[in-house]
Design a protein around this ligand. Structure first.
Ligand code: 1X8
Length: 319
């Protein structure tokens, strides 16, 4: 490897580490002007040696020309919807349907955004698709690549051949407010809420517009497609740990619960605290932790039997 190649490799590692610290851990390790200088040096070297450009280089996030439209793509693994429970009684009824097993639950915050399906092959992001109707979505890979908290390459040395990740793209409240202020200043219509603003942004034809909006992403489902991979998780809680190791942002406010009472305690805690968060959450997703038990319970026509969304009461509109 000649001197320029090793400099390119070093710059990519430094910029990737800086991105991760800033976007995943909200803990910058580099001043902006240093980042910009290193980024420009990498761009210069890649312009000089275009054959050395790789799809996961930090300079390749805002690629693609303006799309004409989005292709329809069938999800390899459908994105399921969740059954809702609006009160404790409905939650208890759901739990009674599979009671009798010593069940461990995982409670996660339900993020009020737009679900995305990501596909990685040999550790590299190859496709990003909207939820659509759960079976078929829109292929928006160039837009997904601009989301800083979505890794272009998994941080694993020996990644599985194929990995499917699901999660929620969202806009933190402050980012949402800024977008609406800009739109208002430009005489454009404003978005009603962060979820609509996220949806409108994901379906922009110009990736540069998407990049400016700085969408964020929490991963919450991992499918390691090959059976005997060392990364094959057996529980939801372990899946979330593997997703973090892979370089995804995973919501930290989650809890493994050994009883229904613990689940209800987690729900009440976050019903109280949710307005302290930088993003909107409309409930708690409760899943049975064991994948073996999830598999045994399976799905109804519409929902997994092993998960439920406990919805927070709708907030009073500000008077
Ligand atoms: N429709 C679904 O299956 C889900 C939807 C969501 C959501 N909006 N936010 C968080 C989770 C999660 N942590 O599992 C899920 S799962």
């Amino acid at each position: 490897m000649n001197q320029e190649e090793s400099r390119i490799k070093q710059l990519r590692q430094q910029l990737q580490a800086a991105n991760e610290a800033y976007y995943l851990h909200d803990n910058p390790i580099m001043e902006d002007e240093v980042y910009d200088r290193l980024y420009r040096e990498l761009q210069g070297l890649e312009e000089k040696y275009p054959e050395l450009i790789t799809p996961d280089s930090p300079t390749q996030r805002i690629g693609g020309e303006v799309a004409e439209g989005f292709a329809s793509v069938k999800h390899q693994i459908p994105l399921y919807s969740l059954e809702n429970a609006f009160n404790e009684e409905e939650f208890r009824q759901w739990a009674a349907r599979h009671q009798g097993e010593a069940v461990e639950y995982v409670c996660e915050l339900k993020i009020d955004g737009n679900a995305l399906a990501l596909t990685y092959e040999d550790g590299v992001l190859v496709r990003g698709v909207t939820r659509g109707d759960g079976e078929t979505g829109e292929e928006i890979t160039n837009n997904v690549r601009t989301i800083p908290s979505i890794p272009l390459r998994l941080k694993l040395n020996n990644p599985p051949a194929r990995v499917e990740v699901r999660g929620e793209a969202f806009l933190p409240r402050q980012t949402f407010e800024k977008i609406n202020q800009t739109r208002q200043a430009n005489g454009e219509s404003v978005f009603a809420n962060p979820r609509n603003a996220t949806s409108g942004t994901l379906r922009q034809f110009d990736p540069k517009v998407v990049a400016e909006r700085k969408l964020d992403f929490f991963a919450y489902t991992l499918y390691v497609v090959e059976e005997n991979s060392p990364w094959q998780p057996e529980t939801q809680d372990y899946s979330l740990q593997v997703l973090e190791e892979m370089g995804f942002k995973v919501n930290p406010h989650r809890k493994v619960c050994q009883s229904l009472e613990e689940v209800e305690e987690f729900f009440r805690e976050w019903e109280e605290k949710r307005n302290t968060l930088a993003y909107e959450t409309d409930g708690v997703v409760v899943k049975i932790n064991s994948y073996a038990l999830q598999k045994r319970l399976g799905f109804t026509q519409k929902f997994p039997r092993w998960a439920i969304a406990l919805k927070f009461p709708a907030e009073e509109a500000p008077s």
